[in-house]
Design a protein around this ligand. Structure first.
Ligand SMILES: Nc1ncnc2c1ncn2[C@@H]1O[C@H](COP(=O)(O)OP(=O)(O)O)[C@@H](O)[C@H]1O
Ligand SMILES: [Mg+2]
Length: 365
């Protein structure tokens, strides 16, 4: 990432609304052509950050560079940015073509070049035939595709998208996720995307930046955040996990030895910084645990009993009672590897798939 040019650099960005700190010293770098998603619960500062980059609010502290030029005090109209909002924000009294033309007019593009760019943008979102219609004559999904066309028609440095699919039903959302990914690949644009939907973030992003109360909790590839969360907050926010409280009791051959009361003893080769005190929460993903033959020769092997089997299409979820705890395991559904409720089961997992996290939700491990 370091040798690539940075499209966007943010240092120490801070924004307060009265006593609320919406952004708290945020540092962020966006590489040229990168698709980065700001993910986090409602109120964590995602929209505030996007507005700061767009020049739509005035930060209290910190600096922003776009394309290597300082933009902190540049007005919104002078920043080379395209934007898509959740609720389309198209001009209803204008035709589709007039809407898409707007950013081109702002940049004083000549009329013939404008026509060509509008035509190309409409082709890209596969709506060649609606140019003369008014926006309120289009469906929600069509309007959002027009909003996309308008955001990138002028080939801006960065496209900002704030929950652009939030108002659409699931099927349309899935379709437009792929459409946005295709356009990103085709145009090579740099995208800063906002969503509170972790699946959407996992599907779409090169990197995810998980926000918590105005601060970056963790930034990395979807895989890093999913399998190597740095805190309980990250583990808990993304997908399902097994979280078992316990204590570090020793170290053995490069592994931490953990006593998990009511569960057992496990070993983990955790390279991440460990919590200061002995109290920890042990983390594994349900996908990381194997059964039967897949449990053999693993550093951690335990006996349990299947308490529930849930088949949801391609994935089978097992709940396995071990001591006083219940472990979630997810497997690919297979005809040959049937597991029945009530049966005893050997499970196993490697010492490099677990993580040791701080028991505090707010403190990074
Ligand atoms: N214009 C505003 N006036 C006062 N408080 C605001 C304003 N905009 C945002 N906030 C507050 O700042 C925090 C971050 O909000 P926001 O950036 O909208 O979060 P998100 O987009 O992650 O849901 C929230 O506590 C929110 O209530
Ligand atoms: Mg928001």
């Amino acid at each position: 990432m370091t040798e690539r040019k940075h499209k966007l650099t943010i240092r120490g960005l801070t924004k307060r609304y009265g006593s609320v700190t919406a952004l708290d010293h945020v540092d962020l770098d966006l590489a040229d052509g990168e698709f980065l998603t700001m993910l986090g619960p409602s109120g964590s500062g995602k929209t505030t950050l996007l507005w700061s980059v767009a020049g739509l609010n005035q930060p209290d502290d910190g600096k922003i560079w776009i394309d290597g030029r300082e933009a902190t005090d540049v007005p919104a109209s002078g920043r080379d940015i395209g934007m898509v909002f959740q609720n389309y924000a198209l001009f209803p009294h204008m035709t589709v073509a007039e809407n898409i033309s707007f950013p081109l007019e702002m940049r004083k593009v000549s009329p013939p070049d404008r026509s060509r760019a509008i035509k190309r943008a409409l082709e890209m979102v596969k709506l060649e035939h609606v140019g003369e219609r008014f926006c309120n004559q289009l469906s929600g999904g069509q309007q959002q595709r027009i909003a996309l066309a308008r955001a990138f028609v002028a080939n801006p440095s960065i496209v900002l998208m704030d929950e652009p699919l939030g108002a659409l039903d699931k099927k349309l959302r899935d379709h437009l996720q792929l459409e946005i990914k295709r356009l990103h690949g085709q145009l090579g644009m740099t995208v800063l995307y906002v969503t509170h939907d972790q699946e959407e973030a996992m599907v779409m992003s090169d990197r995810i930046c998980l926000m918590n109360q105005g601060r970056i909790e963790q930034i990395g590839t979807p895989d890093e955040l999913y399998f190597r969360p740095k805190s309980l907050f990250v583990a808990d926010f993304l997908g399902e996990s097994n979280l078992i409280p316990g204590r570090v009791t020793g170290e053995e051959a490069g592994c931490l030895v953990l006593e998990l009361p009511g569960f057992g003893t496990v070993r983990t080769r955790s390279t991440a910084p460990r919590p200061h005190g002995p109290d920890i929460v042990y983390f594994t993903r349900p996908e990381s645990i194997g059964i039967h033959a897949d449990a053999e020769n693993k550093a951690n092997r335990l006996q349990g009993r299947v308490s529930e089997v849930v088949v949801s299409g391609a994935i089978t979820k097992l709940f396995v009672g071990i001591g006083d705890a219940t472990l979630k395991i997810s497997l690919l559904t297979s005809g040959s590897q049937r597991v029945r409720k009530g049966e005893p089961l050997t499970i196993g997992w490697d010492d490099d798939v677990g993580r040791v996290l701080s028991p505090s939700l707010m403190e990074a491990a």
